[in-house]
Design a protein around this ligand. Structure first.
Ligand SMILES: CC(C)(COP(=O)(O)OP(=O)(O)OC[C@H]1O[C@@H](n2cnc3c(N)ncnc32)[C@H](O)[C@@H]1OP(=O)(O)O)[C@@H](O)C(=O)NCCC(=O)NCCS
Length: 202
């Protein structure tokens, strides 16, 4: 069933209904790629522009230069005179050898609800699996996007790695208003052994 979206064309202009699929088709293509150090100023600008809205962790340029390879970025490719434009970013930050956090997740306002956020989260989840993590987590004031992707809301104490890594030093500790969301990562070797055990018991 396709969702109906009402498009407001402004005062005095007729309102027109269109499906979310046709809105997605009308937008330019967005590609995903790993970030490099040279993306740090773009990452900083994108995160800074949505700090308040997403209640994001403030970032610094020198730290982003170092951590850029942890990020995936969504870009509108260069076309003619127009340079490549960064329209989304998200970081996979290690909290322990087993747990990684998705943070600094942002999609530019004009590119929302087109699947860019989901593509970035799925890319980082695949990266986390490849790197051998067993749990992915995120912290958000509005957890709906993550719940939509199959994450579960859990008490903060279920992610002690985050508490030790960031929370204890935070002035808002125990009072931050964020939800912890987690998703378990099933490693292929575990999947195979589970399948083997199931097969051997039937
Ligand atoms: C959250 C955010 C990254 C989502 O990006 P996006 O590209 O619009 O998300 P997608 O298009 O991939 O969303 C896929 C689905 O998730 C759901 N979804 C997306 N944003 C949502 C939100 N804010 N609340 C509830 N559900 C949401 C929708 O159901 C959507 O499906 P649809 O196609 O049926 O609308 C974007 O809204 C954003 O940058 N917000 C500001 C910063 C922020 O809040 N970051 C998260 C901090 S942890």
């Amino acid at each position: 069933m396709s969702m109906r979206v009402v498009v407001d064309n402004g005062p005095g202009r007729k309102r027109r209904a269109s499906s979310s699929r046709s809105l997605k088709a009308a937008k330019p293509p967005v590609t995903l790629r790993p970030a490099v150090a040279a993306d740090a100023p773009g990452l900083l600008a994108l995160i800074a522009a949505h700090l308040e809205e997403g209640r994001l962790l403030p970032r610094k340029l020198d730290e982003l230069v170092v951590h850029a390879p942890r990020f995936v970025v969504a870009v509108e490719p260069a076309a003619g005179d127009r340079p490549e434009t960064m329209v989304g970013c998200a970081e996979l930050a290690p909290l322990s050898p087993h747990v990684a956090e998705i943070r600094s997740l942002v999609v530019s306002g004009s590119m929302r609800r087109m699947g860019v956020g989901v593509r970035m989260v799925d890319t980082l989840a695949a990266r986390a699996r490849t790197l051998g993590y067993s749990r992915l987590c995120a912290f958000a004031h509005d957890p709906a996007f993550f719940v939509h992707r199959g994450f579960s809301i859990v008490p903060h104490t279920w992610v002690p790695e985050k508490i030790a890594h960031d929370c204890t030093a935070c002035p808002l500790f125990r009072n931050c208003g964020q939800y912890a969301v987690v998703q378990e990562i099933v490693q292929p070797s575990v999947q195979t052994s589970v399948q083997t055990n199931v097969q051997s018991t039937v």
